[in-house]
Design a protein around this ligand. Structure first.
Ligand code: AMP
Ligand code: GLY
Length: 424
């Protein structure tokens, strides 16, 4: 089967490498891919948001299957357009992708179907939002309704900060139309867990849990980023908690989407917080997480393409999805300065990759055959092992063998997870 993968980050590199292992995989195209993905797929310079261009390419090459990974094409209806053109897809249609595309939609869904989440109020008028925030308790959380490159949730510690955030989102429109509506949300505390799941709209099969490290600096300090590293499994996510999540969150969400006429097929990502009152949903994503995918897929023992075809065909069952009992760690190497200003264009030296190791390229391009940095998050160094401790030490050993001039990485990916594991 010839397969088209829409996207061009580290997550897509991990998806492509997993698909390549399938006995049924033929040629793999990445639109647009990147300089590192080019080693594993044919990269075609069509932007992930150029829906017409993607459809035209898929038809002209008669691809057999498409995997749409990033949020924007999903929310824009890329799957609907490809399916209408006769190309079977893995990924939710536009009606279902709204679960990530609109935080107001997902919050209303959770309220209507009693799915545990933070209490919140929705505002379309900045003055009303400011009035409400005047008497709110702090910290509180302000979220832009629409997609905002992962930067749409702001934790504010005072009324002054809250007022400034409302001004930026609703009046200055720093996130464009995404900030026309906002949510003001109760601040929750507890360990965070990412659970990616496969669902065909009937059956939901959670993948191994994971833990993201969103802040730029060690000790969870500094600015929020797209993710500086991940580990899997997440030690806070015990089998007992997993059972509660299945019963109170995963199945109710799938049923709620069906009841709304928005059947979700694809990878549904549950961003959870384990509060003292039980697990609550912080966010839904309509796609694989990045960099969660880089630790989850290396632990998958089953054939990813077969699973994706079953999801599309509505015949998914839990036996098809098997994970190894080991652990994985991904350390992201970024350009120093990320997520603010950073320089790019530096040559990257990659070591030979051993068994149980991999390097997923996110922000790099080829210049005359040489891989050079081109983005904030440049790549992820990944290792799997029997234990989390070993996976972390191997991922760092691999990361230390990768060189480019302004490389920056956190040194504490997995430290908190190890502590939690030892405390259990
Ligand atoms: P989101 O963009 O919704 O994923 O939020 C980004 C990050 O903000 C999350 O990973 C949490 O760390 C934090 N966050 C979001 N909502 C809340 C909340 N209600 N309480 C506490 N932290 C939150
Ligand atoms: N790692 C968080 C996300 O993919 O949104």
């Amino acid at each position: 089967m010839d397969i088209l993968v829409v996207g061009g980050g580290g997550r897509e590199h991990a998806v492509i490498k997993a698909l390549k292992k399938s006995t049924r995989a033929g040629k793999i195209y990445a639109l647009p891919g990147n300089g590192g993905i080019a080693a594993d797929a044919e990269c075609v310079p069509v932007k992930a948001t150029d829906i017409a261009g993607i459809v035209e390419f898929a038809r002209s090459r008669r691809v057999d299957f498409a995997v749409v990974t990033p949020d924007d094409p999903l929310v824009l209806g890329c799957v609907d357009a490809l399916e209408a053109a006769g190309v079977p897809c893995f990924g939710p249609n536009k009606d279902a992708a709204i679960i990530e595309g609109s935080k107001v939609f997902s919050k209303n869904l959770m309220k209507k179907y009693s799915i545990p989440t933070a209490a919140s109020e929705t505002f379309t008028d900045p003055a009303a939002a400011v009035e409400y925030l005047r008497t709110a308790s702090y910290p509180t959380v302000i979220k832009a309704d629409g997609l905002a490159l992962g930067k749409g949730a702001v934790i504010v510690n005072s009324f002054d900060e809250a007022r400034r955030t409302v001004q930026e989102m609703m009046v200055d429109k720093v996130f464009g139309a995404s900030g026309e509506r906002i949510l003001v949300e109760e601040f929750l505390t507890g360990p965070e867990v990412s659970v990616l799941s496969f669902t065909d709209g009937r059956t939901v099969v959670p993948m191994v849990s994971s833990m993201d490290h969103k802040r730029a600096k060690d000790g969870d300090e500094g600015l929020n980023t797209g993710g500086m590293g991940t580990v899997a499994p997440n030690p806070y996510y015990t089998p007992e908690i997993a059972d509660v999540c299945m019963e109170k969150i995963f199945l109710p969400t799938i049923r709620a989407m069906n009841a709304e006429g928005r059947t979700f097929k694809g990878c549904l990502y549950f961003g959870l917080m384990l509060t003292k009152d039980g697990p609550k949903v912080i966010e839904y994503n309509c796609r694989f997480g990045d960099p969660e995918t880089q630790v989850v897929l290396p632990l998958l023992r089953s054939d990813l393409l077969e699973i994706m075809l079953a999801v599309r065909g509505g015949c998914l069952n839990a036996d098809m999805v098997r994970f190894s009992s080991g652990a994985a760690c991904c350390v992201v190497l970024a350009s120093d300065g990320y997520p603010k200003k950073y320089a790019t264009g530096y040559p990257i030296t990659l070591p030979a990759v051993g068994a149980h190791e991999d390097i997923y390229i996110a922000g790099a391009k080829l210049e005359g055959g040489q891989l050079v940095t081109s983005g904030g998050r440049v790549l992820g160094a990944v290792a799997t092992a029997d234990t989390l401790k070993e996976a972390i030490s191997r991922a760092y050993a691999l990361a230390d063998k990768i060189h480019f001039e302004n490389a920056y990485m956190r040194r504490d990916i997995g430290t908190r997870a190890l502590k939690a594991l030892n405390a259990n």
